[in-house]
Design a protein around this ligand. Structure first.
Ligand SMILES: [Cu+2]
Length: 271
């Protein structure tokens, strides 16, 4: 009797022990699965680099033109009275925006190579692209992959926004006067994505799409500044659309240490 009771208790204890062992094995298996999920990039922030503004270097410089700037042509806007009225003294093409000292505006300057495959998260700031006076503002801009672009029609006429990306999916949509802003983004690195209006043949602009924030567009003084660059050896590239719209790129090797400030001046040749 006693022996039987003892065996029953032992059997019960062993069953409990087996259950505990099975559960703990199952638990361990789950932990391992969770770890492998993280390695596969399941967590949203995994693998994303961050900009260190305090220790990063600054690359700055100016873009100038060697030679006389080709003339920008007058744009004939007679086909759309709304466009023509917006420019009482006439509108000019904006391929070349060259100052008195040959400074070139609207040049896209960016790190083309050297970041070692680092990818940065898109900022929450929205890039505005306005259609104003039947021209795009800005004419050249940079965005990060996934960054929102708010496309606005400030004119009392119909525009048609048509992005001609080769890597990014094209979009082509009408935007009547008074309609609300359209929000779009691009999901592939591409320099540059031409954007045109199918209604007004003269309207064009360019978006540079990158997976890092190290880019700038030259102002009317021809100057640019790129901040927070991690120490390293880079190919910095200046892109200008040129008259044919195909664009011209100039590469330059730039090496920076932490907190460095390096100058990179570019010279475009007049066509
Ligand atoms: Cu238009």
């Amino acid at each position: 009797m006693n022996t039987s009771n003892t065996l029953r208790k032992l059997s019960y204890f062993l069953s409990l022990l087996l259950v505990v062992v099975l559960v703990s094995c199952g638990g361990k298996k789950k932990d391992e699965d969770d770890e492998s999920d993280t390695k596969d990039g399941a967590a949203p922030a995994a693998g994303m680099a961050t900009v260190d503004m305090a220790n990063g270097a600054t690359i700055m410089g100016a873009v100038k033109l060697d030679g006389k700037a080709p003339d920008n042509k007058a744009i004939k806007m007679e086909a759309d009275p709304v466009c023509k009225t917006a420019h009482p003294s006439g509108a000019m093409e904006d391929h070349w925006m060259v100052g008195a000292g040959n400074e070139v505006a609207n040049t896209f300057v960016y790190i083309k190579d050297g970041l070692g495959g680092k990818t940065y998260a898109a900022p929450t700031t929205v890039q505005k692209l306005d259609q104003h006076g039947c021209q795009y503002e800005p004419h050249v801009f940079g965005v990060m992959v996934g960054q929102k672009i708010s496309i606005v029609n400030s004119d009392q006429t119909l525009h048609n926004i048509h992005a001609h990306g080769e890597k990014n999916e094209q979009f082509n949509e009408g935007q009547p006067a008074g309609s609300s802003a359209k929000e779009r983004s691009m999901d592939k690195v591409e320099v540059m994505v031409p954007i045109k209006c199918d209604v007004h043949g003269w309207m064009n602009c360019y978006a540079g799409v990158l997976n890092h924030p190290f880019f700038a567009v030259t102002g009317k003084d021809g100057k640019f500044e790129i901040k927070g660059v991690p120490p390293g050896e880079y190919t910095v590239t200046a892109w200008h659309e040129t008259l044919d719209g195909k664009g011209e790129s100039i590469d330059m090797k730039v090496t920076v240490a932490a907190k460095d400030s390096k100058t990179a001046d570019f010279t475009l040749k007049a066509q």
